[in-house]
Write a protein that binds this ligand. Structure first.
Ligand SMILES: [Zn+2]
Length: 114
């Protein structure tokens, strides 16, 4: 899960003008748009847990086609090797999960404070 910031010129209702805005994305979903002139912020409710699970699902279940071929060739052999393959990439996955967890925390806190 990734938070991305983008700058764009948009029309601000408060300033009644085109002003620079910063747009925050979680993955591909826009979560907030802030006017940099008056700081007026429009937040868009992102289902952060949905994004999180979607990402986990894609990461865990969208296997490279190589695995699918092996799976077709020999199911039992594939299954006996699976734990090792899953264990071979835990570092990256865990690091991403930690980042995602941090973001979820931030968003939960944000919700509470509103
Ligand atoms: Zn503004």
């Amino acid at each position: 899960m990734k938070e991305t910031e983008m700058k764009a010129s948009l029309f601000c209702l408060q300033c009644n003008d085109d002003t620079p805005h910063s747009i925050i994305y979680i993955n591909d979903e826009i979560t907030s748009v802030r006017c940099e002139e008056c700081q007026h912020t429009v937040s868009i409710q992102v289902d952060i847990m949905k994004e999180f699970y979607k990402e986990i699902y894609e990461r865990v279940f969208t296997k490279p086609s190589r695995i699918t071929q092996e799976y077709r060739q020999d199911l039992s052999h594939f299954l006996s090797r699976l734990p090792f393959r899953v264990a071979s990439k835990p570092y990256r996955l865990m690091r991403d999960l930690n980042e995602s967890r941090k973001l979820i925390q931030q968003y939960r806190n944000k919700k509470k404070s509103v």
